[in-house]
Design a protein around this ligand. Sequence first.
Ligand code: NAP
Length: 487
Amino acid sequence: MRRDTPLRVAIIGAGLGGIAAAVKLRRHTSATVVIFEQSAGVGGTWFDNRYPGCEVDVHSHAYSFSFLKYDWPRTHATQPELLAYAQHVVEHFGLTPHVRLNTRVTDLVWEESTSTYTLSTEHGDSAEFDVVISALGLLSVPRYPEWPGLDTFAGPCFHTSRWEEHDLAGKAVAVVGTGSTSVQIVPAIASTAGKVYVYQREPGWIEPKNEREFGPRERWWYRNVPLAQRASRAWIFHKGNRRFKGYDTGSRRQRRMRDLCQRFIAGTIRDPKTRAAVTPDYPWGCKRPILSSTFYPSLNRVNVELVPHAVREVTPTAVVDATGAAREVDVLVLSTGFQPTRFLASIDVKGRDGRSIHDAWRERASAFMGITVPGFPNFFILYGPNTNGGVSVIAQLERQAEVVVGAVRRLSRVRRGNIDTSPAAARRFVEWVDRRLATNASAMESGCHNYYHDPAGHNVTQWPGGHLAYAVATRVIARFGLKTRSS
Ligand code: NAP
């Protein structure tokens, strides 16, 4: 029997994932949608990350929604542009009245008799929903180091995702870490700061990003010529899907990527010692590839010093590296990354029989296609386990949102129903992922630190293919794979 009232859907997170889900649900279903957002604005990672030089390293035509043409000013959008984009999409699709800002969701509890979740917030209120979507993002929990003496440091000290505005003119700044974030910050602050020390524990492979403003003619073209932006997007995805062959251990494309990065080092860094220090000794693709045209040139500046060592300790005025050398600094920037393997760290989700999702994930975090977890009916995760990668995360998020739309449409055909994943399907998915990732450059055997593995050594973050494979698989699941059960 059909439901006589619309399904109530809660979305947790108003980042680009939550926005994609809300737009698609409102367009293709009759469900009512409420988006809970802990921050004071929409945009997710682009709301939180406001450090100097912050911009996306995926081409704007791919790092944007397929369902809305947008007049991008640059090949790679800056953080303020991305934040403005998120706000534009929210307004364009009339989502503003459905967003509850400054509201952190703390608990979700499944109630079998009503096939609903009780959702509680930090403000102590709660409400019932038929379907809940977690859109918390992957890189939102900062990873703080535990160096002795860190809490004694007398000057400003902060993580990159909690950037503090300080006048850096003439100051000595230590930036610890050399991942995708640091390579944007260092060139951006080098012309203001008196001295920048860049602490590198293990170098990453860096390729040129080649970002630029679009010229007026190009902008006109993408704005006015039908399908121009779509064709550009299709080309980027085609190139991105081919690039994924580079992750096959020992492949020709992997060697070509390494050669490209080595030529980039040789052509941009003047000092031979620095050239040697930034050259990784593990295969390309082991760590998340880094894109930056400006980081290596910034290392040629007289006021920038690469310190190719880990940090041993911090004193009130200095950072001491692993060799024991102390450098006096005024400001300490922790560009030490995130804890992506701690999925849903900030929420307690209780599914069937009151079981917590963190208990279900005791051995490892996993979800069928990264989206559904057996025993947690009508609960869907965007950017969940093993979905990272695939050309542009926005496209991955859209595919996940489409699976949710398929589920919500099915659920709205029954009065009280639920969709749950069979443990066997979820297990087969994980086994397939593990088999594919065993020959992937990101495997532990490749010999680098990366943030893909949980403490037990499972790669729980990466999707082992390009976007095309994910798009086909999720399309099939959205159409045929979701079985509704009446309760
Ligand atoms: P990250 O890639 O995890 O890099 C963290 C850096 O900090 C690494 O160099 C790491 O060294 C170092 N580190 C961590 N703990 C340390 C410790 N205790 N002592 C010394 N060094 C330490 O983090 P991220 O740079 O913030 O980037 C995270 C992800 O955010 C990226 O991979 C990317 O997915 C995303 N991101 C995207 C963009 C974009 O444009 N789309 C921009 C920025 C970030 P080891 O390498 O030795 O571990």
